[in-house]
Design a binder for this molecule. Structure first.
Ligand code: PEP
Ligand code: MG
Length: 580
C-alpha cells in the first residue's frame, strides 16, 4: 500500500481503478511489462523511433517543396533528437533495468529532458521545451497507436491520475465517468483546482509524484477528507474506506435538504449565499444547492475551449443561458480574467517569466481592446434579459477602473450605432484582489457600485506566494493574520461607504472562516455551489454574538497557526461531526 499526501480541492472519498494520463491525454496503460514481453516491448520502441523519423522526413520534404528551406529546418532538430543514440540508451536502460514499458520509459526520459531545458537561463533554450514535448507526443503516438485516451467513452468509473491537467482538460471531465482525480502539481486555489472543486468529485492535487508512483490499473482510494491518495490498499483499509464513502454520501444528501431554508443566524441576521460558476450550465447546480444568485461568473473559461475564442454571439448566448438558468436571480459577470495560469502558456509565443505578475486580468483586457469591447457588447446586450452586474478583475489602480469604464462606454456607442438593444444602467463593480486596491479601498468606494473580494489572489499578492505552485503551498495560508486584518479593514470601509461588498475567494466556501467573516461584517458569501449547504448549515447554527467574539479574538493572534487552530476549535463546537 502506497500512501501519498497532497492538497484536497473537492471533498469526499472515491475508489476505483487508475487511468494514468500524460499531459496530452495519452494514456500510459502500464508502468511495467512482464519479462517475457520485454523483447517485444523493445522492438516496439525501436519501431516507434523509426516511424517517427520517417514521418518527420516526409514532412520535411513536403515543407521544402511548398514552404522553403527555412520552414523545413524546423523539424531537423526533432530528427536529430530522435536519432540521438544517448536518448535511445537512456530509454532502453529504463526498460531493461526497471522493466518499464516503452511508453512509460519514453515519458520519463523526455520529462527529464524538459526539466533540464526549463532550468536553462537562455530563454531560447527554454523555448526548446515545446519541441521536446512535441517529440514526446510523436513518439508516444507511435508507441501507443490509437490508445489515446478518450475520457468521454469510459465504461466504468475510474480514478484519473495525471501530472497536470489544463483548465480546458479539467472542464471536459463534467460528462465522464471519472470518479476522482489525483495530480502531481497545483496549489489549493490554482484554476485547475477551482474547476475540480466546481466539478465536485473527490480530488487531491500537489502530490508531486503520483503520476509516476501509480500505474494504470492500480486500485486507488482518493481520501479527499484527509488529503490522501492510497494505491493498492490492503483489504481491511479498503473495507473501511467503502464504509466512509457511503457515510460521506449520506451526509451530503442530508445537507441538500437545507436548500430552501434561509441562510439566517440563530439571532436573525440574514446572510446571502451566492455561487461561483465557470460555465453557464452551472446555473442549474447553483439553484439546486440553494444559491440566491451568481456572485462570480468566471467568463474566461469560454475563451479556453479547444476550438478558439468565442464570437460576440457565442458570448451573448452563454450569458443568456446563465441568466435564464438563474430564473431572475442576479448574475455577476466578471470580464475575462485571462493570463497567468489561464492563458495556456503553450499558446504564447514567448513564455512570460512571472505570469502571475504579468499581463493578466484587466491588464490583458486593456491591452486587447477590440476583444474586450466585444465581450462588453455581449454583456450589455444580455443585460436586457435579466439582472446582470458587471465586474472587472484584479484592479490595482483607479486609472485602470476609469479606462475599463471608458471602454464600456465605447461598447455602448458601438451598440448605439448599430441600433442593437442593450441596458445602459447596469451596476459596475470591481474585484478587490491586490494589496494596492485594498489600501485604496476608500477611493474605490467613491467610484464603484460594488466590491467583491477575491481572496485567492489577494492572499497570493499579500504574502508573495504563487497560488498555483505546490512547492510553496504550505506558505499559502488564508489564516495569515495579515489577510484577516486587511479583510477587516476592507469590509469596514465598504460598510461605512454604503458599498455592497461580497467575498468570492475560496475562503467564502470554507466553514473554517465562516464565523470570522460573519463577525467582521461580511453578509455576501460567494462560493462553489457544492459548498453552499454546509456554509448555510453553519450560519443557521451560529449567533452574531458568537461570530463577533470569534472575530475579535482571531484578530489578536500573531501567527497563522494560532488563528487556524482557534478557528477550527470554534467551528467544531458547532459542527462536531463534519470534517473541518
Ligand atoms: C480570487 O482571486 O479570489 C477569485 C475569486 O478569482 P480567481 O480565483 O478566478 O482568480
Ligand atoms: Mg482572482
Amino acid at each position: 500500500m502506497d500512501i501519498l499526501r497532497g492538497i484536497s480541492v473537492a471533498p469526499g472519498i472515491a475508489i476505483g481503478e487508475a487511468v494514468v494520463l500524460d499531459a496530452e491525454d495519452f494514456r500510459i496503460p502500464s508502468r511495467t511489462v512482464p519479462s517475457h514481453a520485454a523483447a517485444e516491448e523493445l522492438a516496439r520502441f525501436t519501431r516507434a523511433i523509426e516511424d517517427s523519423v520517417a514521418e518527420l522526413e516526409r514532412q520535411t520534404q513536403w515543407m521544402l517543396g511548398h514552404l522553403g528551406r527555412e520552414a523545413a529546418n524546423v523539424f531537423s532538430w526533432h530528427i536529430g533528437v530522435l536519432k540521438d543514440a544517448k536518448l535511445h540508451r537512456n530509454i532502453e536502460r529504463l526498460m531493461e533495468e526497471q522493466a518499464y514499458s516503452a511508453a512509460y520509459a519514453t515519458s520519463t526520459v523526455m520529462r527529464e529532458y524538459q526539466r533540464r531545458f526549463l532550468q536553462m537561463s537562455d530563454p531560447l533554450l527554454v523555448e526548446r521545451i515545446r519541441d521536446v514535448r512535441d517529440i514526446e507526443r510523436r513518439l508516444l503516438r507511435h508507441i501507443l497507436g490509437e490508445s489515446r485516451e478518450d475520457l468521454a467513452h469510459l465504461t466504468k468509473p475510474v480514478i484519473l491520475i495525471a501530472h497536470d491537467l489544463t483548465p480546458t482538460q479539467t472542464a471536459q471531465l463534467a460528462d465522464t465517468l471519472v470518479a476522482g482525480v489525483a495530480l502531481d502539481v497545483g496549489g489549493a486555489t490554482s484554476h485547475t483546482a477551482i474547476l475540480l472543486h466546481s466539478w465536485g468529485r473527490p480530488s487531491v492535487i500537489g502530490l508531486n509524484d503520483v503520476a509516476t508512483r501509480i500505474s494504470g490499473g492500480d486500485l486507488v482510494v482518493i481520501d479527499a477528507v484527509n488529503q490522501l491518495v492510497l494505491a493498492n490498499p490492503d483489504p481491511s483499509t479498503l473495507e473501511d474506506y467503502r464504509r466512509q464513502e457511503a457515510e460521506f454520501n449520506r451526509l451530503s444528501a442530508e445537507l441538500d435538504t437545507l436548500r430552501d431554508l434561509p441562510a439566517i443566524t440563530k439571532d436573525a441576521e440574514a446572510v446571502h449565499l451566492l455561487s461561483n460558476i465557470e460555465f453557464p450550465h452551472e446555473a442549474r447546480t447553483s439553484l439546486a444547492k440553494g444559491a440566491e444568485g451568481v456572485g462570480l461568473y468566471r467568463t474566461e473559461f469560454l475563451f479556453l475551449q479547444p476550438n478558439g475564442f468565442p464570437s460576440e454571439e457565442d458570448q451573448y448566448l452563454a450569458y443568456m443561458e446563465a441568466i435564464r438558468g438563474m430564473k431572475g436571480r442576479p448574475v455577476t459577470i466578471r470580464t475575462f480574467d485571462l493570463g497567468a495560469d489561464k492563458y495556456t502558456q503553450e499558446k504564447r509565443y514567448e513564455q512570460e517569466r512571472n505570469p502571475m505578475l504579468g499581463l493578466r486580468s484587466i491588464r490583458y483586457s486593456l491591452a486587447n481592446v477590440p476583444m474586450f469591447k466585444m465581450q462588453l457588447r455581449a454583456i450589455l446586450r444580455a443585460a436586457v434579459e435579466g439582472p446582470i452586474r458587471l465586474m472587472f478583475p484584479l484592479l490595482m489602480s483607479l486609472m485602470e477602473f476609469r479606462q475599463a469604464k471608458m471602454t464600456l462606454h465605447d461598447a455602448m456607442e458601438d451598440l448605439d450605432e448599430t441600433g442593437v438593444a442593450y441596458r445602459r444602467n447596469l451596476q459596475v463593480g470591481i474585484m478587490l484582489e491586490t494589496p494596492a486596491a485594498a489600501i485604496q479601498v476608500k477611493e474605490f468606494c467613491r467610484e464603484v457600485d460594488f466590491i467583491s473580494i477575491g481572496t485567492n489572489d489577494l492572499l497570493q499578492y499579500l504574502v508573495a506566494v504563487d497560488r498555483g505552485n505546490e512547492e510553496v503551498s504550505k506558505y499559502y495560508e488564508p489564516s495569515h493574520p495579515a489577510l484577516l486584518r486587511v479583510l477587516t479593514e476592507v469590509i469596514k470601509a465598504c460598510t461605512k461607504a454604503g458599498v455592497d461588498c461580497s467575498l468570492c475567494g475560496e475562503m467564502a466556501g470554507s466553514p473554517l472562516y465562516t464565523l470570522f467573516l460573519l463577525g467582521i461584517g461580511l453578509r455576501n458569501f460567494s462560493m462553489a455551489p457544492a459548498n453552499i449547504p454546509e456554509i448555510k448549515k453553519l450560519i443557521r447554527l451560529a449567533t452574531m454574538t458568537q461570530a463577533r467574539r470569534v472575530a475579535r479574538k482571531a484578530l489578536t493572534f500573531e501567527t497563522d497557526r494560532q488563528v487556524n487552530s482557534y478557528l477550527r476549535e470554534e467551528t467544531r463546537k458547532l459542527l462536531p461531526q463534519d470534517p473541518i
